[in-house]
Design a protein around this ligand. Sequence first.
Ligand SMILES: NC(=O)c1ccc[n+]([C@@H]2O[C@H](COP(=O)([O-])OP(=O)(O)OC[C@H]3O[C@@H](n4cnc5c(N)ncnc54)[C@H](O)[C@@H]3O)[C@@H](O)[C@H]2O)c1
Length: 250
Amino acid sequence: MKTVLITGAGIGIGKATAHAFSKAGYRVIVTDILETEGQEVAREIKTLGGEAEFHKLDVTSTLDTNQLVEAIESRYGAIDCLVPNAGIAHKIPLDELTDENWDRTFDIDLKGMMRLVRAASPKMKEAGQGSVVCLSSIMGVAYGWDKHVHYSAAKSGVVGLVRGLAVELARDGIRVNGIAPGYIRTAQALSEKHSLGPQGLEQAASFIPMGRVGEPEDIADVIVFLASDSARYLTGQVVTVDGGLLVGRY
Ligand SMILES: NC(=O)c1ccc[n+]([C@@H]2O[C@H](COP(=O)([O-])OP(=O)(O)OC[C@H]3O[C@@H](n4cnc5c(N)ncnc54)[C@H](O)[C@@H]3O)[C@@H](O)[C@H]2O)c1
């Protein structure tokens, strides 16, 4: 049975991704700082007949990331797939943006992804195979998001991370890709304080060519595809999944 480890998998896109991998036959290592939600996702998967376990993981800790990866590997061998998904998007105008705000966003949204791949890649290399799918954003690949320059910059950084890792790990049989979601109905996008909020999200639907906001499952299924053998010759790419938003807005 293949193993996937997902960060920030207690809610939103991470949660849907956990379910999608379980449906595809993977053992799912659900991780998050949200313990109740993460445990619930693992419980749901087991109730549905899948295999899952929850581990608390704050992606800003190198030590915890290394220790968790080691513990999983000692039981199941090399991890087959990593989904560095955990992210924050706080709305802060530039003149209020502190060094701490900037560093915190980068620590979670970009460095946290590197930490996980760095920890798991040695065993993946030994196994000669593996796949990584990182979460970027349309705000990282195409749009600039006002009052979120730290987020836009970190998500653009994910594109560089994906490219660099893809080349470095290609000869070891490890593929590294990314996803740039458009507007997806999750706690992040529904936040009035930090993002579009419920009303803004519904308004967005009117200018999305497919006529609706995305659901977490719309992203999860593409992540599973990218991790699968069907995408065996695909590496170093960030795939935009946005209902046609970027190509349709002019
Ligand atoms: N929702 C969207 O419209 C959208 C669009 C583009 C990109 N994304 C990206 O997709 C990913 C998932 O977003 P979402 O919408 O599901 O967000 P969400 O807010 O619903 O979930 C984010 C998850 O990350 C976790 N997290 C936060 N800080 C963490 C930390 N330090 N360590 C471990 N986990 C931590 C949270 O607990 C939560 O489970 C994020 O990287 C986000 O930036 C989302």
